[in-house]
Design a protein around this ligand. Sequence first.
Ligand code: NAD
Length: 417
Amino acid sequence: MNDSHFQATQAQFDEVAEVMSLDMNVSRRLRVPDRCFIISVPVRMEDGHVEVVPGYRVQHNDTLGPFKGGIRYAPDVTLGEVASLAMLMTWKTALMGLPLGGGKGGIRIDPSKLSRLENQRMTRRYTSELVGVIGPNVDIPAPDMGTNGQTMAWIMDTYSQMKGYACPGVVTGKPISIGGSLGRVEATGRGVAYTIAEAAKYLEMDLTGKKVAVQGFGNVGTHAALKLNKMGCIVTHVSDVKGGYINTKGFDVPAAVAYAEAHGNLKGFEGVQNECSQKDVLCAPVDILVPAATAHQINAEVAMNLKCRILAEGANNPVTPDGNKVLKERQKEIFLIPDILANAGGVTVSYFEWVQGLQNFFWSAKEVNKELSKIMTKAFLEVVTYQKEKGVDMRTATSMLAINRVAAAMLARGLYP
Ligand code: NAD
């Protein structure tokens, strides 16, 4: 696949496979996705004309259970990016000990330019094209950038109409009214904060008064900021698609989140002391940095200029391969919590939602958050123990642990036929 995102993820896999002397037959199977679907999605626009937009679903691996992963609507999404994210999902579910595989989907469109009806028609047509290859026991989509609970409700309804009965288990991240889980919306950001709390304990760092910078103030960034603020940290730097914002005393986070939700960004928020560039936010003099925007934001130059002690990857793939080399060299100064660990809270609560749906028995928000915290803590401790044992950097250790689990299951199942 001739795409820089996929090639970077595949190269990272090859590197880890070599370090761990992975069985060559397993490695050959895992470095490529099981299946890729490319769909031309025709959409009738409000003025009557028909647009045709490219849609994708990539199913990377289902050795441990049904393929699982979000659907992204973005103007620049490519098959390679989706394939790269699908591979990361396989490692993420394995790392968290979930009986799920890895998949990802996307449509190349800017959803902010669509009317609600156009978005609904596009989502339903995309779903109908995939109806034979998704399902509660096959492949279970969820929200990602540009999609939300409403998108999942349309997917669930389209799939159910085509099957002839209600199938809530076909997606997670659904609205509560149709079987969604309490705590799902906040789960990824909360999970980021839980892993930071564990890292602070590990580093014997008291979180009280520690300064935080958050890149991207959407679902993940806002919920991470809210939880870290509750844990005693102060959020001094934030960025979004419009720019960077500073408050050296610490933002009133709930007020900032309410403003961002109402206006789409923080421009004009009265709690901002100074504006700055988005890069200044990444390189701010803070204790904790949470990139929670798009991929490949931290290149070698940015990595050299980072000042944080803990870097918790809320976003998927926020570091370029060159940036990662620098982070390896700086691993004693910067403690990295890699994406497949830091942002695994979302898929973990998606798993809770799937389980609750299959059992038709629903948990309280308190139970969801308690179980989430338990699973995130367990995974964090497993990674740091494994990292010390193997003497490798945090990203390599995290990937090795996850890949080992998938490889063991593949070897146990064997190759058909
Ligand atoms: P979102 O669309 O809700 O928010 C994205 C935010 O990033 C917005 O505030 C946007 O303004 C900002 N942004 C975009 N480009 C930026 C830039 N160049 N600089 C600074 N800010 C910028 O998306 P989200 O769901 O919060 O996802 C964010 C990241 O987290 C993605 O990489 C996604 O794959 C990853 N992730 C999300 C989930 C989830 O459950 N939502 C789970 C795991 C990983």
